[in-house]
Design a protein around this ligand. Structure first.
Ligand code: UT7
Length: 327
């Protein structure tokens, strides 16, 4: 009997870190007053209940893949990484209009990344944190050297434009991060999970438009997500007081503030910077976390070396969070 061959194994970099961020939004700004022209809503209600002042909607000929290409290219430029150096592209999204083809391979080709491993990842609004966790672990395992993670959505394709419960919340855009190997840990372990028994709280009704039981999702998010964020900190060996910037998924400013309040009750600092990008970007699902960070770095409210705690949550129901250091 011949001996069974031993499979060679590989190991990667000792750790992974984020090298750069980028984002893209369509030009068309839609205010609350614009929406009140076409549905029974008003500026005050939206500001008070959701925190949105304005958002961006793509036009008919602007596609999810267009947003992803722009955000991905911007992140590479920010990182000083050439497209030819990237070997893996992960594209979290939940609004790609086709299942075949996926978005990732065509986005890579348009950015000029030659033949990368490329796949879409659907964990809805938790998608970016899922994708970042996968990228970090691929790099540490030696399966990837440089990964581009792009959260991109065209939610206006997935929302009934006359449904005031959803049309005021969701918006379009993309946010991206470049991940590479490093000697020092720059990304903490991802803490992720799901509550599939609650699947009916957010889904595509008749496969066409998003339906959500807003109040139930709100209650779930304001009770279940702060503990996930705390577990992500613990997994990274950090204390709440170590966090400089908190970036929850931008679903509703009241949810964001509730998570921040719970973290401060556990020792997070009063000067903790809390992302409020929803005010001018709306809820962009898997794009919201990297887009918020890109905007905060550009505005100077988040800076190189800051410890970020990110946590995403949404349809599935799915959730994921991790701590990382800003480039
Ligand atoms: O990103 C994925 C995860 N999703 C989330 O995290 C979303 C979580 N849920 C939410 O953010 C909130 O539940 C919503 C923003 C979706 C809704 O806010 P709410 O404070 O829960 O409103 P509600 O549905 O309880 O409605 C309260 C009232 C109702 O009127 P009555 O019955 O009290 O007279 C609604 O008819 O507000 C009314 N209403 C509106 N009024 C003006 C509902 N939508 C609107 C609107 N404009 N757009």
């Amino acid at each position: 009997m011949t001996a069974r061959p031993t499979l060679r194994q590989q190991t990667g970099a000792p750790a992974a870190r984020i090298l750069g961020f980028g984002s893209h939004q369509p030009d068309r700004v839609v205010t609350n007053d614009d929406l009140s022209q076409v549905m029974d809503t008003n500026d005050q209600w939206i500001r008070d209940r959701v925190g949105i002042i304005e958002r961006r909607f793509g036009d008919k000929d602007e596609l999810l893949v267009d947003f992803a290409v722009a955000a991905g290219a911007a992140a590479l430029a920010d990182a000083g990484v050439e497209p030819s150096e990237v070997d893996t592209l992960i594209l979290p999204n939940c609004t790609m209009p086709t299942q075949i083809p996926n978005a990732a391979a065509q986005v890579a080709a348009r950015i000029g990344i030659p033949n990368p491993g490329a796949f879409d990842l659907n964990a809805a609004c938790a998608g970016f944190c899922y994708g970042l966790g996968v990228a970090s672990d691929l790099i540490r395992a030696g399966s990837a050297k440089k990964a581009l993670v792009i959260g991109a959505e065209k939610l206006t394709d997935a929302v009934d434009p006359t449904d005031r419960a959803n049309a005021i919340i969701f918006a379009d855009g993309a946010g991206a991060a470049v991940v590479g190997g490093s000697d020092e840990p720059g990304i903490g372990p991802v803490v992720w999970g799901s509550a599939g028994e609650l699947v009916d709280l957010i889904y595509m009704r008749d496969g066409k438009y998003i339906y959500q039981e807003g109040q139930s999702v709100f209650r779930w998010a304001t009770t279940q997500i702060a503990p996930i964020a705390l577990r992500a900190l613990e997994a990274a060996g950090l204390q709440p007081s170590d966090v400089d910037v908190l970036v929850p998924h931008q679903a509703n400013l009241r949810i964001v503030e509730s998570i921040a309040k719970k973290l401060r009750a556990k020792g997070a600092r009063e000067d903790l910077v809390v992302a409020d990008d929803i005010k001018y970007s709306g809820n962009t699902s898997s794009a919201s976390i990297p887009m918020a960070i890109d905007h905060m770095r550009k505005a100077g409210t988040a800076k190189s070396g800051d410890v970020v705690l990110a946590v995403g949550f949404g349809a599935g129901l799915s959730y994921a969070g991790q701590a990382f250091i800003l480039p």
